[in-house]
Design a protein around this ligand. Structure first.
Ligand code: AMP
Length: 226
């Protein structure tokens, strides 16, 4: 049966890397709200232009843009199953998602939470590199397991040789801090969303220590997945 999974973890925790692996295990869709926005920006759409000003500063894109965009994408993956990454990022988004899942008759099977200290997460963000060909090709200059390779004196994607770029919001300390302020906020922020789904019951909660190596984190997650 198709699996539906929520993946939580602060920016820089390795959530995208692990999400790509879990997606492969179940053959489900990896839905990443941040990546959907970046596609819109690349394509020059109206939504992308509206979202860009918020993204560059590390602010949340307003709910009236984000929630319908993500829920519509999710609806398209109902048959296949999905791993949702980057959404919900607030208590309000968690409530909207919960309501929408109930209405659509979709169950939540797993909640994966990568737990990582804020200082370590911030250090990791700047080393990330984005593959131009595939968002599911993680590259990081400080981790051997996903280190980019050198070609003609240039670093390229270790999976496909594609061009690599850095995200502007990953090199800006204010934007990093803002994103982490939102993540670690237990009142209305992402941690409130994590706790919302943990307390709701129903889904199996998998909490893993994100300070471990990539392979160890994968093993810890895989052990808990059916
Ligand atoms: P990410 O790739 O997850 O780091 O997301 C990059 C940026 O996209 C965030 O800093 C926000 O500006 C925006 N974004 C992604 N997901 C959401 C969301 N669920 N709600 C609001 N804004 C979001």
């Amino acid at each position: 049966m198709a699996k539906n999974i929520l993946a939580f973890g602060p920016n820089g925790s390795g959530k995208g890397t692990q999400g790509a692996i879990v997606k492969e295990k179940y053959g489900i869709d990896h839905i990443e709200s941040g990546a959907i926005f970046r596609e819109h920006i690349k394509g020059g759409t109206e939504l992308g232009m509206k979202a860009k000003e918020f993204i560059d500063k590390g602010d949340l894109v307003p709910d009236e843009i984000t929630i319908p965009m993500v829920l519509e994408t999710l609806g398209k993956s109902k048959e296949k199953g999905w791993l949702l990454d980057g959404f919900p990022r607030s208590k309000a988004q968690a409530e909207a998602l919960d309501k929408s899942l109930t209405e659509a008759g979709m169950n939540l099977d797993y909640v994966i939470e990568i737990v990582l200290d804020r200082g370590i997460a911030a250090e990791r963000i700047m080393g990330r590199r984005l593959c131009a060909n595939d968002n599911n090709h993680p590259n990081h200059i400080a981790f051997d397991a996903i280190k980019p390779v050198e070609k003609d004196g240039k670093l390229v994607c270790r999976v496909c040789g594609g061009e690599l770029s850095v995200r502007a919001d990953d090199q800006d300390t204010d934007a990093i801090n803002k994103r982490h302020d939102i993540y670690y906020d237990t009142d209305t922020g992402t941690m409130a969303a994590v706790n919302y789904f943990k307390n709701a019951g129903g889904a199996k909660v998998i909490s893993v220590d994100g300070s471990l190596g990539i392979k160890e984190v994968t093993e810890a997650i895989m052990k808990e997945l059916a």
